[in-house]
Each structure stands twice: as C-alpha cells, then as structure tokens.
Design a protein around this ligand. Sequence first.
Ligand SMILES: Nc1ncnc2c1ncn2[C@@H]1O[C@H](COP(=O)(O)OP(=O)(O)OP(=O)(O)O)[C@@H](O)[C@H]1O
Ligand SMILES: [Mg+2]
Length: 367
Amino acid sequence: MIIKSLHIENFRNYTQEDLIFSNSLNFFIGRNASGKTNLIEAIGYFVLYRSFRGISDPELINWNSNFFYLRLELINSYESTYEVGVEKINQQYRKKIKKNGKKVNKLSDIISDIIGVFFVPDDLEYVESTSKRRNFFDYLFSLIDVEYLNALVEFQKCLKQRNELLKRILEKKSTTNELDFWDNKIIELSLVIMKKREQYIQIYNNFFHKRAKEISNQNDEIFVKLEQNDLGTFKKMFLENRYKDIYAGTTTIGIHRDKFFFLDKDNKDIGSFFSQGQKRTVALSLKLAQYDLLLENFKIKPILFIDDVIRELDQYRRKYFLDLLLDCGQAFFTTPNFEDDMRMFKELKGNNCKIFEIENGNVKNEF
Ligand SMILES: Nc1ncnc2c1ncn2[C@@H]1O[C@H](COP(=O)(O)OP(=O)(O)OP(=O)(O)O)[C@@H](O)[C@H]1O
Ligand SMILES: [Mg+2]
C-alpha cells in the first residue's frame, strides 16, 4: 500500500499543488505556519475521510475559495484513484467521494483501503481523557471488525432514541413500557460490543505492554485494562437501572460509559500518577500498538503520519522511534529543524527519501 501522488486544490493554505511521493520516507520541512501539518492533513484525509485534527470540512476550504478538492493515487495490488471534494452551495456544504471515478455511497466500503497511523503531539490527550481513549479503541476495533463497527453505529442510534424517550417519560409525555423496545435492542448490541472489546483488548494489550516496556528501556510495565459490566449479569443490571435512568433523563450505565485505564504489574491503577515522560511513553505505545495490531490484521504495513513528534522525545525514545522508521513502509514526516533531522533520515533510508520544502502554502523545492 503506497500513496503515489496527491493533487490538491484549495485545501487550507494551498491553492494548487501536485506531489509525487517516495515509497519510503517523505519529509515536509519549513518554518512554523508554512503548511507542513496541512499537507499531512490533506494526505491523511484519505485515511479517515475527515481531518485527523478533528476540524470540520468547511474549515479546510481555502479562505479565498468555496470548495476544496483532493485526488490521491494509491498503489496496492493494482492502482486506484480516490477523490474527495467539499463544496459550498447555497450556504450548505456538499461532500463527494469517488473511487476510480465512481461515487462512494458507503464509507465502510473504502475505509480500510488506506490504513494509516497518526503520531501527533495531541496523542497525549489519549492518556489524559477516558472518553478520547474509548473513541480511540472504538475506531481501532471498528477498522479490524466490520461487525463491531455496525453494532456500534446501531448502538449509538438506539442510545439517542432511548435518551430522548427517557426525557419524555420524565415529562410524562410517554410511558415506561415504551422503553422495552429500545432496551432489548441496546442489550443485544451491548453484549456483542462487550464480547468483542474483551477479545480485542487482550490482543492489543500484548502489543501495548511490549512497546511501553521497550520505549521506557525496560522501566515501565504498563497494561491497558478494560473496565466494563459483567457479561452474565448485564441484562439484569441494565433493566434494574431503568428508574434511575428515567430520573437522570439519560442512560447511566453501558458500553458508552465503559473505561479503558492503565495498570501496573501489581494491578494498581496508575493513570493519574504518570510523569511527563511516562505520559509520552504511553501515548507513543498506544499508537505503536495500533500499528502492530493493524499490521497483524491486514498483513500490510500501515502508512505512518508523523507530525512534530520526535523533537519532544528524549534521546532514548527518539532512537527507538527512528529505528521503527527503518522498518516501516511509507511515512510522511514533518519537521521544522530540518538540518539535523534531514541528515539523520537520509542515513536512515538512503536515497529513497524525498524532501519537500514548504513555504507559505507552496512546495518551493523537492529533493
Ligand atoms: N482554511 C484555510 N485557508 C487558508 N489558510 C489556512 C486555512 N487553515 C489554516 N490556514 C493557515 O495555515 C497555516 C498553518 O499551517 P500548518 O498548521 O500546516 O503549519 P505548520 O507548517 O505545520 O507549522 P508548525 O511548524 O507551527 O506546526 C496557518 O498560518 C493558517 O493561517
Ligand atoms: Mg505543524
């Protein structure tokens, strides 16, 4: 899986650009605010079909335009073209996605065509926020198991309906027995998700624990633990909780509240005791284990998107991370201090790496 080229129109601070990539390391170098991360965001758009920064589509359109358009050529067993456009028409934004010239109706049909892992400074948020961590695992498990994705999407719809109904019951506009329908659906879907989470977190944990230990030079023994309701008693508990839910006007227990947290080898919850360095270890390990799991599942090396990460790492972690690049497939990398990094990377990947010098939303030089 190699991204061969990208054509950009009116995306962020780029007006028009055509880029042909190396099949190994690609560097985007340039001053602050030149547009390095914007390029990662443009290429990475084809991984999630949205911005990896969690920014809404309209904000990605160049300020002087009313649309953006991206076209990417991918080499897999054969060559494919992916196109995405977002256009403002009559105060509304319309988004179109095409694969090989044909309109894509279901994102799930193409979402695993380009598998990527993003390493960004914001990864520290996964260490700090329980809900972000849950989203991280939901996204990962959805990628490797379409049944998980379908159950989760259906669950979210049902949960919304149930919560609206709970409010109506509280206002005496609906009756309690109307809950039966939604509760049965939610219980059924929850059991599917809970079983799969239990199964996948175990596999993930083997990778995570190994990575965290390696990155910390054998110092840190960290495991991810899933805290969820007991599968055998979940149904009973969920139904018993009804009146509490009606009173609260929302669903107070269930998979949308389950937690993934961090334990040491003595099973002690250590999430709130991490030092800054340990937080970095954990953030990096979360993503590296994501890489490992995707590689194992798809038997193909995920594409790496690395934005501004290594300069925050100490020497040992930096070395570890760079060694990974020796072994990776294709990677896109931003760096503002290119003199040092460039020398290092040229050594790493020989002449096969490509450097793009960025200035104010233009690729000024390629070498
Ligand atoms: N929709 C948009 N239209 C035009 N310009 C935009 C748009 N969105 C962001 N920008 C501009 O893009 C620039 C930021 O680009 P980017 O985040 O890629 O910088 P960078 O090279 O990664 O910088 P740093 O080294 O600080 O991370 C900002 O100056 C911002 O004003
Ligand atoms: Mg940046």
